[in-house]
Structures are given as structure tokens and as C-alpha cells.
Design a protein around this ligand. Structure first.
Ligand SMILES: [Zn+2]
Length: 391
């Protein structure tokens, strides 16, 4: 194990700061979790993150055009930065009760782990690096992203890595997401999502019977979609997630819609599924005279992967072992998908402790050995960005 840099006095000092601030990290996690951050409305939590990053000693944290909070910590050698990131947004709609309840080491509240834990860890790492005066070779860009979940469609991280974004051309990307001490997400599960809308004249269910019916058209289309061959190498999925429309039980609808989610670890599989889906929608359009049938892409998360030999992955594995974890390569859909697809080494790790019932209002986080998750993040940053000196 390349533990050398972890034994430097400055890094040891930073590790001590992480361990002694375990309780403060939990309090920050609770505080951030209680600031609502639904998709496209992450501003309030972003402002608080901006203030906390400044309080952690990062110079002039800013907010970019889409709402990402960004703060650069300079390195001794300049060059492209290592990005360390957690996401601001939650899946919970406006009005959700986001209060956190604490029973000993267990915290309950929507979003308490995903990703209030990541945000608190990001801050704890920044505080410890500054508190110990660590000087890294490469700059480290601390980021809190918007739009990681669902309909956000990774819009924050897409902007971050686009030309003009603060992370454009970065050397690597480390995403801190949720709990856990072993998993290292090095494969990005891609997804493509569609909405099909069908519209017609509608009418009375008796007097106008025989008029083309948008829901009948969608039911037939849905039946065809569930028969699509999905393939096993790699496993791909197709899910009709939502369906709606109509006015009344005794009316021929004027409008109906369906939303479809496809997923795979291979981009060509998503392409093949798209061809099949569009062919069926086209067939429905031809078969249903008098109905407008339209399909739009409502989500597109690219696939990607980071080589196990990439220095960032080796660093994350070494850091995991250094805190007593057992590194396990994993596949998931996270902010890391976007840099992976761009060829930038990227991965996602959990931030210690245990959690469950994510994406439900009963979500919980238990801080069992939680500080080790923060240490794992700190060590991954230090091993990847390199350390020249410490005060
Ligand atoms: Zn998350």
C-alpha cells in the first residue's frame, strides 16, 4: 500500500482533526439536511454550503450559472484540479417535512444520508486540510452540485465539465455520496428516459364512441414496449414508470402520456433500445389515425467507466484499506457518470456509517465508524492530489 503520504505529520494532524470533529460533522449533516433542496430549487442549501466552505477556510467560494457551489483550494504546482464533490439536491418535492430526528447515533430524515452525509464530509475534509495546513501539489476544487437526482438529469455536473465550467479539463473527479465504507463506484450505469404524449379530439364515451382514444393507443404501445428484447450482456432494463391522462371515466380522453426509463452499463445497448422504442412509437402513430403521437427524451445519463489502474482508483482502494474497509468495485448512476463519459478518471464513494430507506421519507443514517468514511475521503484526496508539505 502506498501509505507513505498518509504518515506525513500534516496528514496525521488532518486525520486527528477529522476524528475529533466527528460530532461537529454530524451536526452539519443534520443542519444541511433540514434545508429543503428539491430539484431545481437547491439555492437555499447552496447558499449555506457557500458560507460553510468559506468558514472552512476556502478562498471565495462562488455559485456558477446553474447553482453549483465551487471553491478552489490552490496547489503548489498548479495544473488541472482534482474535483471533490457532493450533491445538494434531494428527490423530495417542495413541502416535504425534512426535519431530522436523532436517537443516539441514528439520525432520521429525508436526505439525511443522500446526500447530507456527502456534503458534511466535503466540509469536514476541507476544514481538516486547512486546519492542518496541508499543501497539495494539484489544486483541489470543492464542489456542491445541483441536479444529481432524477429529473435533475445530472445538470450540475454536466455544466461543471462543459467548456467554461469550473471543472472543464479536470484531472479527476471524486464524488462523495451517501454512507458506506467499502464500495467504490468505478462503473457508471447509464440511463435514457422518454415521455410519449398522445393527443386527440376526445369526446363522450357513448355519443362519440369510435373516436380515436389516446389511452387505448398508449395501452397498446405499452404492451409492445414490455415485449422488447432487453439483452443480458450487459443487463439492460426498460421500465414504464409513470402513466397518466384522461378527464373522466365517461369521456374519451383528449390527452394521455407515459414515461419510460431505460438503463444499461453499455451505451450501445441504450442506443438499441432507443431504436426499438422509436420504431414502436412510429408504428403507433401510423396505426392511430386522428391522434398526435410525440416522443421526447426527458433524461440522458451517459455510461462510463474508470480503469482500475487509474491512480485515482488505486488511491481510493488504498484509502479504503487504510481505514479498515474492504474496497469493492461497484456499478451505479451518480455524478461521476459525466466525467467518466468524458474520459476523466472519476469515481464515487460513500462517507462511512450505515444508511437505509434512501429516497423515502423514512431515510436513516447511523454513525457507526462514520469518521472513517470522512478519513477515507481525505486520504483519497491527499493520495491523488499529492502532498508537498505540511505545517
Ligand atoms: Zn446521492
Amino acid at each position: 500500500m502506498r501509505a507513505g503520504p498518509l504518515l506525513l505529520p500534516g496528514v496525521r494532524h488532518a486525520a486527528d482533526l477529522v476524528l475529533t470533529s466527528d460530532e461537529a460533522t454530524l451536526r452539519t449533516q443534520m443542519e444541511l439536511s433540514e434545508i429543503p433542496a428539491p430539484a431545481f430549487d437547491e439555492g437555499a442549501r447552496g447558499l449555506r454550503m457557500q458560507a460553510l466552505l468559506a468558514a472552512a477556510g476556502l478562498p471565495e467560494p462562488g455559485v456558477d450559472d446553474v447553482g453549483n457551489v465551487v471553491a478552489v483550494r490552490p496547489g503548489s504546482e498548479g495544473g488541472p484540479p482534482l474535483v471533490v464533490s457532493a450533491h445538494l439536491d434531494t428527490v423530495f418535492p417542495p413541502g416535504t417535512d425534512v426535519s431530522v430526528h436523532r436517537e443516539g447515533d441514528t439520525l432520521r430524515g429525508p436526505g439525511i444520508s443522500d446526500d447530507a452525509r456527502g456534503l458534511a464530509t466535503l466540509l469536514s475534509v476541507a476544514r481538516a486540510m486547512n486546519g492542518a495546513g496541508i499543501v497539495t501539489r494539484a489544486p483541489v476544487l470543492f464542489v456542491a452540485t445541483v441536479g444529481e437526482e432524477g429529473i435533475g438529469d445530472l445538470r450540475g455536473v454536466k455544466h461543471l465539465f462543459a467548456p467554461g465550467g469550473a471543472g472543464h479539463g479536470a484531472a479527476g473527479f471524486l464524488s462523495l455520496d451517501g454512507a458506506g465504507l467499502d464500495g467504490v463506484v468505478i462503473e457508471g450505469l447509464g440511463s435514457r428516459r422518454y415521455r410519449v404524449e398522445v393527443a386527440g379530439p376526445g369526446g363522450h364515451s357513448w355519443a362519440d364512441w369510435g373516436m380515436p382514444n389516446p389511452i387505448h393507443a398508449l395501452v397498446e404501445l405499452g404492451r409492445g414496449l414490455t415485449k422488447i428484447e432487453l439483452g443480458l450482456d450487459p443487463v439492460s432494463t426498460l421500465t414504464i414508470g409513470r402513466i397518466g391522462g384522461g378527464t373522466s371515466v365517461n369521456a374519451i380522453p383528449q390527452h394521455a402520456w407515459v414515461e419510460i426509463d431505460t438503463r444499461s452499463a453499455a451505451g450501445h445497448r441504450l442506443d438499441m433500445l432507443e431504436v426499438d422504442i422509436r420504431a414502436q412509437v412510429e408504428a403507433a402513430r401510423r396505426a392511430w389515425d386522428g391522434l398526435d403521437v410525440a416522443i421526447t427524451v426527458i433524461g440522458d445519463r451517459p455510461c462510463g467507466a474508470t480503469s482500475r489502474d487509474a491512480p485515482l482508483v488505486r488511491a481510493a482502494f488504498d484509502a479504503t484499506r487504510a481505514v479498515g474497509g474492504h474496497p469493492k468495485p461497484a456499478l451505479s448512476s451518480t455524478d461521476a457518470n459525466v466525467p467518466m463519459a468524458l474520459g476523466i478518471p472519476a469515481l464515487t464513494i460513500g462517507c462511512g456509517g450505515e444508511a437505509g430507506l434512501a429516497h423515502t421519507t423514512d431515510e436513516w443514517y447511523r454513525n457507526t465508524g462514520g469518521a472513517n468514511g470522512v478519513l477515507r475521503a481525505l486520504y483519497t484526496v491527499v493520495l491523488t492530489a499529492g502532498v508537498t508539505d505540511a505545517e
